[in-house]
Design a protein around this ligand. Structure first.
Ligand SMILES: NC(=O)c1ccc[n+]([C@@H]2O[C@H](COP(=O)([O-])OP(=O)(O)OC[C@H]3O[C@@H](n4cnc5c(N)ncnc54)[C@H](OP(=O)(O)O)[C@@H]3O)[C@@H](O)[C@H]2O)c1
Length: 300
């Protein structure tokens, strides 16, 4: 049985990957918090990936065949105020993971973002040149470069507009829409930021398939349908049977977000289809699955 170490296992993606891998793999989980948020009964290690020595020690002690890095500094606006921490986690920490994986002969599966692009063109393919706009985006692009420079075995999966359910997870866009509309609040949503919504369970399943089929290199692993945030919010409202008249259409410049956003960061996901016949679910279908999971969590 292959040994898999999930780093960032307490995050949204990490939790969904852990739940998917637990039955078929010799699973180890690690994250920066002292305890696991999951009740999976697998070994849990506290690990801050900015600590190079700790990264090497943990990977040497676990001896994984595969390390899945679901950890990241993910707060795009806050990153503008704490760039050092953001770069330490998303670039240098990722580099340490890549070095330790190479030393231990493990495959590193690393997750990156559509925000590596400037959003001027859209429909980005893997071979398009990144031009990240803000601190978070630059740190993630540097993280990709670190993985490649180290020269071990790697798979980089760039994803987008990631959302889902988990224990004590941070905010994500559909959750914000659902909670706001349920509370009768009006929400202002931009109609000029475009991305590929990706349900975390679908990304987790795609990563599992890619690992099992020996994929290497860079892939765009995201939902197949680019959509504006406004249209996505409308779809969310409809899926959850909520009042869509409370969703106000605005432009990005009205929001005054701290970090610059790529406007059309849509990803071309055809390489995934061409090489592995893999296609994630479309927006409506993902959202139906999300609603089911949401209701399971609500029911406890
Ligand atoms: N969310 C999106 O829309 C989106 C879009 C494109 C790509 N992505 C990428 O997808 C991946 C997964 O994102 P996500 O939404 O699942 O993120 P998330 O829920 O924020 O999870 C990230 C996890 O990493 C942990 N972490 C932070 N700093 C760490 C450190 N120094 N050492 C170890 N662990 C650390 C976090 O702990 P704390 O919570 O305690 O900080 C958290 O548990 C990330 O690489 C992200 O960049 C996300």
């Amino acid at each position: 049985m292959k040994r898999v170490l999930i780093v960032g296992a307490n995050g949204l993606l990490g939790q969904r990957v852990a739940r998917l891998f637990v039955d078929e793999y010799d699973l180890y989980c690690a994250s920066v918090e002292p305890e696991s948020y999951l009740d999976l009964h697998v070994p849990y290690l506290q690990l801050d990936i900015t600590d190079r020595q700790a990264v090497f020690e943990k990977i040497r002690s676990v001896r994984p065949d595969v390390v899945i890095n679901a950890s990241a500094y993910t707060q795009v606006d806050r990153a503008e105020e704490e760039p050092d921490l953001c770069f330490a986690v998303n670039a240098e920490g990722v580099g340490y993971l890549a070095q330790a994986c190479k030393a231990g002969g493990a495959l590193l599966v690393h997750v990156s973002t559509d925000y590596v692009f400037d959003g001027k063109k859209g429909n980005y393919r893997e071979e398009d040149n990144p031009n990240p706009l803000g601190v978070y985006a630059r740190s993630k692009w540097l993280g990709e470069q670190r993985v490649k420079e180290v020269g071990g075995e790697f798979l980089i999966a760039r994803t987008a507009v990631l959302y889902g359910m988990g224990v004590r997870i941070g905010p994500n866009f559909p959750l914000w829409v659902v909670h706001s509309l349920r509370n009768g609040q009006t929400i202002r949503v931009v109609d000029d930021q475009i991305g590929n919504p990706t349900f975390a369970d679908d990304l987790a399943a795609a990563l599992k398939t890619l690992v099992e089929r020996g994929a290497r290199g860079l892939y765009h692993v995201a939902g197949p349908e680019p959509i504006s945030r406004y249209d996505f919010a409308m779809e969310i409202a409809h899926t959850f049977g909520l009042n869509d008249t409370k969703i106000q259409r605005i432009k990005t410049e009205e929001l005054q977000q701290k970090a610059p956003r790529p406007l059309d960061a849509s990803l071309d996901v055809s390489k995934l289809w061409r090489d592995y016949g893999l296609r994630l679910r479309g927006v409506k279908e993902q959202l139906r699955a999300f609603r089911t999971l949401y209701e399971q969590f609500q029911a406890g």
